[in-house]
Design a protein around this ligand. Sequence first.
Ligand SMILES: Nc1ncnc2c1ncn2[C@@H]1O[C@H](COP(=O)(O)OP(=O)(O)OP(=O)(O)O)[C@@H](O)[C@H]1O
Length: 312
Amino acid sequence: MTTPAAPAAPAIEVRGLHKKYGPHAILHDIDLTVQRGEVYALTGPNGAGKSTLIRTVTGLAFPSSGEVRLLGRDVHNDGPRARARLGAVVEAPARFYPQFTGTQNLQIHADLAAMAPGGPRVGKGRIREVLALLELTRMEGRKVAEYSLGQRQRLGVASAILADPQVLILDEPTSGLDALSIGLIHRIVTSLASGGCAVVLSTHHLREIATYAHTVGILTGGRLVDTVDLRARQAAYRFRVDDPVGAAGRLERLPFVQRVSTRTPYAVAHLSSDAHVPDALAQLSAGGFRVYEASPDHFDLYEYYRERVEQA
Ligand SMILES: Nc1ncnc2c1ncn2[C@@H]1O[C@H](COP(=O)(O)OP(=O)(O)OP(=O)(O)O)[C@@H](O)[C@H]1O
């Protein structure tokens, strides 16, 4: 008998995951948690293991050891229930029956989903709705064989969100898409997450992802070497000063400064609000530090990623 999932369980929990293909270790000791409403971007060099991790998290591949839980249920031992509220695209572009139309393919997808225990019912109205959301209404009656690569990619996302998932996992959802379609996917992902859906997507587009992901996991050589909380990296200011270490020490003691670091020639401070920039400047000046520049310190995910992958 299956025990009911605890209501507060994270959307995705991966614990001590190892994966081998034959003698080759592909994933090493992966731990990760994704909360409901969180957008988690998985990135890393070619061959790092992103697709393997995604396939294992969705239950398509089995771990050599470790476990994966979706909404509190073990995806490898309680698969149909664990996946009941999962939407996923695990290969790009997703596979469809080329001789059937977009609508027919989504209907097949809906029928299959409904057969799973606790599987959702999807009406024809919802099929039309997701096709419209992905801007595929014009193509809905055409055979998938006639779809462009980007249109098939969007149909994949349509099928993944069809049954209103609580966990959405997308392997490279924006590869091959034009700029406007990429924006469309971002808006859909953001809107689902604000409704409580947990989203994991793999990507190589760091500057794009920095604008809307909450968390970025950096995978290299099969190890998750860093998890970057992008929300914690907002509202930082950098002060170019003659003595960054001394200036950081002075800033650190101020009540409106949450955190400081140095990046020569800068002292970088996370302020509780922009309104305190003049106060920080006044304090630095009172401390005898010469300030040459004060500006917002935008976190450069690309630079951070490059350093992290090179160090690993
Ligand atoms: N079925 C398989 N059998 C054996 N090795 C595999 C298999 N699938 C993947 N691999 C190996 O696992 C490693 C990770 O591959 P994976 O596709 O997960 O990387 P990735 O990070 O998604 O790469 P990319 O960014 O190029 O898509 C690679 O060395 C690959 O050769």
